[in-house]
Design a binder for this molecule. Structure first.
Ligand code: HEC
Ligand code: HEC
Ligand code: HEC
Ligand code: HEC
Ligand code: HEC
Length: 131
């Protein structure tokens, strides 16, 4: 499908990933830092304007699904470098109307994969000492 220009958004306060699944956009088209920084980042409205003409701008994020407590270290770039795919932690976002918390962000979920992948399970890798 070619990018369908001139679409007007009726409900522009949310971004339904599933409605864009067929376009096969790269995740990093919008989450531009997901492979290079700790935080994946959210897109500016200008990204949407590639295809949509809605005049009312939306500031993203409008909601949050994945959120770790402050005492946990997490880095997207470290995982991207180790070739862990987005779906390994977020599920198939492409078919989710809205991101769902498919994979739990519990300590057990992190540690289980770290054990399997032979990555570190040292406490201080994910937690600062003395906290
Ligand atoms: C190893 C697991 C893991 C992988 C792989 C992963 N994420 Fe995440 N993602 C998380 C966790 C955990 C959070 C919450 C981070 C926080 O609150 O500090 C998060 C947060 C996010 C957020 C919210 C913004 C932010 O960074 O806090 C977006 C957007 C996101 N991820 C997109 C992606 C994309 C796109 C990919 C693939 C390029 C990806 N993630 C790969 C675990 C992962
Ligand atoms: C590459 C082109 C492209 C980009 C970029 C794009 N969209 Fe879309 N969007 C589409 C197409 C095509 C559809 C219609 C899909 C369908 O009919 O199922 C759509 C549908 C939608 C819908 C559903 C509209 C309805 O009538 O229910 C919303 C909401 C939406 N997009 C919001 C956004 C937002 C917000 C962004 C930026 C974060 C964005 N889109 C970026 C192409 C794009
Ligand atoms: C066209 C832009 C666009 C593309 C492409 C895109 N996303 Fe998103 N994504 C968004 C926007 C916008 C939000 C925030 C929605 C909101 O704030 O209501 C979001 C939210 C998310 C979240 C929820 C983060 C949180 O903690 O709230 C995850 C996870 C995510 N995206 C993963 C992905 C993955 C994985 C891919 C690739 C399969 C992808 N996204 C492709 C625009 C995009
Ligand atoms: C799907 C598998 C998987 C999941 C789930 C996962 N990780 Fe990882 N993690 C890895 C791999 C693989 C590495 C890379 C190890 C390396 O670089 O040698 C890694 C590396 C890391 C590192 C860098 C460690 C170091 O050597 O300094 C931290 C910190 C980290 N992960 C935190 C987390 C946290 C926090 C979570 C849960 C929210 C999590 N990870 C979930 C697979 C995973
Ligand atoms: C791979 C990353 C990772 C490693 C390694 C890790 N943790 Fe955690 N830990 C987490 C995450 C993520 C949370 C937050 C869980 C949540 O939000 O429910 C957490 C939460 C905690 C909490 C808060 C209690 C709770 O249940 O919420 C304590 C205490 C803790 N960890 C101690 C440790 C100790 C001690 C070690 C070493 C034996 C360790 N952690 C190793 C990721 C990790």
């Amino acid at each position: 499908m070619t990018p369908a220009a001139f679409l007007f958004l009726l409900a522009a306060d949310v971004f339904p990933h599933a409605r864009h699944g067929e376009l096969n956009l790269k995740c990093t088209f919008c989450h531009s830092a997901a492979e290079t920084k700790e935080r994946a980042s959210f897109p500016e409205w200008s990204r949407c304007k590639t295809c949509h003409l809605e005049k009312t701008e939306v500031k993203f994020p409008t909601r949050r699904t994945y959120r770790l407590p402050d005492f946990v270290f997490f880095s997207h770039t470290r995982h991207a470098a180790a070739k862990v795919e987005c779906a390994g932690c977020h599920g198939e976002v492409k078919v989710q109307p809205m991101p769902e918390k498919k994979a739990v962000t519990s300590m057990a979920a992190c540690v289980n994969c770290h054990r399997e992948a032979k990555a570190t399970i040292v406490c201080t890798a994910c937690h600062e000492l003395g906290q």
